[in-house]
Ligand binder design. Structure first.
Ligand code: ACM
Length: 550
């Protein structure tokens, strides 16, 4: 608990912290009641199940005494701060959270939990006699971006459903609102599609797995796999919706498709390779086995997306589109005939035609296609939104052409990359991206005009999982950098050079690491990995005989 609300160590930083007319401290106790107005029932449930569990307070319904009052105020707060904005006021009568919409009320409730102190992030009270206080004052807050995301790659390493639900809680705790769910790749297919049972019977398991990065000579010979049933997905989506997190599914096409091809060989370029001999891929990198540009493939994936649309209400559906080598299409008489028949010029045109087909197909069903920035090559489909990952340039080109962009350049916000130089870091791939680097990341490049910049709808941190084979590994790579990304995505920060890095560090040190500790997150400590985190096997490094870190 902080002594003055105006210095509260909130993370992400809010728009404004205002002092009360008369200073004072509110005490929440067994007599505190909850008055949840229309549209706030989900937040009331969340408060009881989290703050209620941590504090031991029942927070029964009521309107008198010390009241936690939740209200949606679309005309007032909504008009001023948007549907995700909120005003939280603590005073002698209690706490009032007014949101521009139901989401704003929920983000305000998240702020309330932070104001109560790190102990409010536990699942049971440490001390029944603890006094739960918060200082009088007002928080006015609203997000900078509407898309504040995190990519979970459950294809390279499967993540059990419980861990997905826990991740959703962690996103919500950081006011992040998009879970980009990477559900298919060369190394595994992770979602039940009822009309294609082999996707889960066969394509969700691989025989063995490369240990470390792709140059490593080592293998884990244990079969690896798993998938979510359609009911699992419904549960994940509902759990996320209750927390105002949208789950955006990704099925990666036409590259990154070996797992699907191994289960249904007719999806591959059969006049070039014997696709019946393919297995779910057991190593990492860019795979040459891509989908064939045939009507059979289009119909197959329409079937996949039809089932996905039933499961995921998200306006956006991600179709991947990244890293699709064109060698098989160059060698395939069938693909060449398709290029000629369609008049699309070359292999890039063929990929563009492929993505364009699903842009039209999704648009006709009231959804929006999003894909990685390779979908710019050969011409961007009219309705497409771009996830800019190979730096800023794809995002700049897309925004200039009037397309929406999620800015997530590999150089800044790929959370699988190592977070410090030296030999202690467990990740054998990538750039060094420190917590401070992520904090200083700016999603809107200066080259864009104000009009073009409006197309940058947000940003996300991407946790690719080639080297993250356990919850500890994911936690270590993702946190605390996702906290910095959350502040970039939510807070209206000054230009990167002027950002208050010491202030962010101070809030991390005085409150946020303690919140993550209470939540049981195995983040990377500021001082470097703990000795236990360096133990072989715990974080994947050091592995005897593995080539040096690159
Ligand atoms: C990607 O990292 N291949 C999107």
């Amino acid at each position: 608990m902080t002594s003055s609300l105006t210095t509260a160590p909130l993370l992400p930083a809010p728009l404004r912290l205002l002092p009360p007319a008369t200073p004072g401290t509110l005490v929440l106790d067994g007599g505190t009641v909850l008055d949840a107005g229309p549209g706030t029932a989900a937040t009331a449930r969340w408060l009881r199940s989290t703050v209620g569990a941590a504090t031991g307070l029942g927070l029964p319904d009521g309107e008198h005494g010390t009241v936690l009052r939740l209200r949606v105020d679309a005309e007032g707060i909504g008009a001023r701060l948007g549907a995700e904005g909120y005003v939280l006021t603590a005073g002698p009568e209690g706490v009032r959270v007014d949101g521009g919409g139901p989401a704003g009320v929920f983000w305000g409730a998240q702020t309330l939990r932070q104001l109560l102190g790190p102990e409010a992030f536990r699942r049971a009270p440490l001390d029944a006699g603890h006094t739960w206080r918060l200082p009088y004052g007002t928080v006015e807050d609203a997000p900078r971006f509407g898309w504040r995301g995190h990519l979970l790659d459950v294809a390279r390493h499967f993540m059990p459903k419980d861990d997905v639900l826990r991740t959703i809680d962690l996103l919500a705790a950081h006011k992040l609102n998009v879970l980009h769910f990477h559900l298919s790749d060369d190394q595994g297919w992770r979602v039940e599609i009822k009309r294609y049972p082999r996707l889960t019977e066969a394509a969700s398991w691989r025989r063995r797995t490369k240990r470390g990065h792709r140059a490593s000579p080592l293998w884990d010979e244990t079969p690896h796999g798993g998938f979510y049933t359609q009911d699992d997905i419904r549960e994940i989506v509902a759990y996320a919706a209750e927390r105002h997190v949208t789950v955006v599914p990704e099925i990666d096409i036409p590259g990154h498709s070996q797992a699907a091809i191994s289960a249904y060989p007719e999806l591959g370029n059969q006049d070039v390779v014997d696709t019946t001999a393919l297995d779910v891929w057991d190593t990492w990198g860019v795979n040459p086995n891509v989908l064939a540009p045939t009507d059979t493939v289009l119909r197959f994936y329409e079937g996949v997306f039809e089932e996905l649309l039933d499961l995921f209400p998200s306006a956006f559906v991600h179709v991947g589109g990244d890293e699709c080598p064109k060698d098989q299409w160059r060698a395939s008489a069938l693909a060449q005939a398709r290029i000629a028949e369609l008049g699309v010029g070359d292999e890039d045109g063929l990929q563009s035609w492929f993505i364009g087909h699903f842009d039209q197909w999704l648009t006709a069903r009231g959804r929006r296609l999003i894909g990685w920035d390779e979908i710019l090559e050969g011409g961007l489909a009219p309705g497409a939104t771009v996830s800019s990952w190979r730096g800023y340039s794809g995002g700049i080109a897309a925004a200039r052409a009037g397309h929406d962009v999620v800015m997530c350049p590999e150089q800044q916000v790929y959370l699988d990359h190592r977070q410090a130089p030296g030999e202690d870091e467990p990740v054998p791939i990538g750039f060094v991206r420190t917590l401070e680097d992520v904090y200083r990341f700016e999603p809107v490049p200066p080259q864009l005009t104000a009009e073009e910049a409006r197309h940058v709808i947000g940003t996300q941190g991407n946790s690719w999982s080639e080297v993250m084979d356990s919850r500890e590994r994911r936690d270590y790579q993702t946190f605390p950098r996702l906290a910095a990304l959350a502040e970039v995505a939510w807070s209206t920060l000054p230009a990167p050079a002027a950002r208050d890095w010491p202030g962010f560090e101070h809030r991390m040190d005085t409150a946020h690491y303690a919140r993550l500790d209470a939540l049981g997150v195995a983040y990377r400590p500021a001082s470097g990995p703990h000795p236990w985190q360096r133990r072989p096997g715990v974080l994947g490094r050091p592995i005897e005989g593995a080539p040096p870190n690159v």
